[in-house]
Design a protein. Sequence first.
Length: 371
Amino acid sequence: MRAGGTFFRLEMKRYAKAVPIVFLESILFGIMILVFGIFASKYVYGEQATGKIKVGIVSMEDEKLSGMLVDFVSSMDSMKESCSFEMMDEAAAYEGLKNGSIYAAVILPEGLIDGIMNGQNIPAKVVFGTSHSRMETDVFRELAKAGGRLLATAQAGIYAADELCVLSEHGDWIGETEDYLNRAYLQYALNRDRVFDAVEVQATGNYSLLQYYCSALLLVFLSFIGLTLAGFSNGTRTAVCRIMETKGFARGWQLFLDVFAYTMIFTLSGMVPAVLFLQGTAQKTGFTIMSFSGIAGTLMVLFAMGLLIRLLVMITGSHTAGLGVSFLVLLILMIGSGLFIPQAFLPPIAERVGNYLPYRFFHEMLLKSIC
């Protein structure tokens, strides 16, 4: 028992001596992550991603009437916030699709306006480009479907009202009825807040984007601290182990105490940057680290992370190649858990698998503890 206590203190002391070096390396790595994140966010969430979806309109008939139709559609709430339309000829539209200046081209056939009025509903041709992301294409496709359903609903109501006027022998009411219904449907189309409830769905769940990514950045930074600290697990350990073995201290107990000593040092040392970071960003994120639930939850996350990292390094080895493999495994776990990109944007199979990865639970537990 005394030999075990001595071995545990030696391991704690060895890991504690490595903490200053680990912090220095981790700070440099953190600066690299911050710079990379800033440039990546500029690229991923730049003007092209946040700007409107530009659509080219090609008219095969009277451009004035087609322009009026386009103005009507572009005035809808969902369209005016997401899309911009530009009238152009067919050659310019296909050239725009090719060079990526427009997302899609809508080709309005001849007789489209008359078809809407008399119920023939001649379909328009929509051509999508290939130089933009699938998400942007899907957004415009859904908006187009919504516009089509709204138009079909308006037509059905007007035709039903006309038929009712005819059956009730009040054909002279048709003009007045159509004018009223046109104004009503136009009013609903331009301001659909009166018809539908607005529901906001976030990829980051119940947390703000800033809370999500600040906590994710902290987990990435702490993981690098843990991996760097685990690199010191060889040191003089072989000599110490031999001495302890001569005293009858089993190899299994040595491994257990080594893992426990590492996890304790990682948990305690990791609390310092965690508290500083969370407290420093509390004003903008709303984090409450200085509470019982915040401290207890962060300690549990750190302990579980430390245990995972130390066991992983025990399998791969603490040499350079082994640490490289461990870093790759941790990176895959973090990506799959949605630390870099929310799981909603990952492929369906990656999203399903990510729900069972450890970093998914670490991130959720940390957020619940400090939010």
